[in-house]
Ligand binder design. Sequence first.
Ligand code: SF4
Length: 70
Amino acid sequence: MAAPRSDPAKCQRCAHYFITHDALFPYGCRAMGFKSRASPHAEVEAATGAACVAFQLRPAVVRPGRPPTG
Ligand code: SF4
């Protein structure tokens, strides 16, 4: 049985995800220490053949008068 495919939006909800501001490698993963052109989970899946196991849900940001985001 094949490994489950990871959710394309997974990194955007992960505490380790960041935007690098590097035009060539705009996305980053702090847990694994790399920058990439594609979403980091896609790079992990391409390199290992399995979905990322380091995902950690980013805490919600709470602003007074607004619904929580995150
Ligand atoms: S730990 Fe996994 S889900 Fe989180 S940013 Fe890195 S590759 Fe994406």
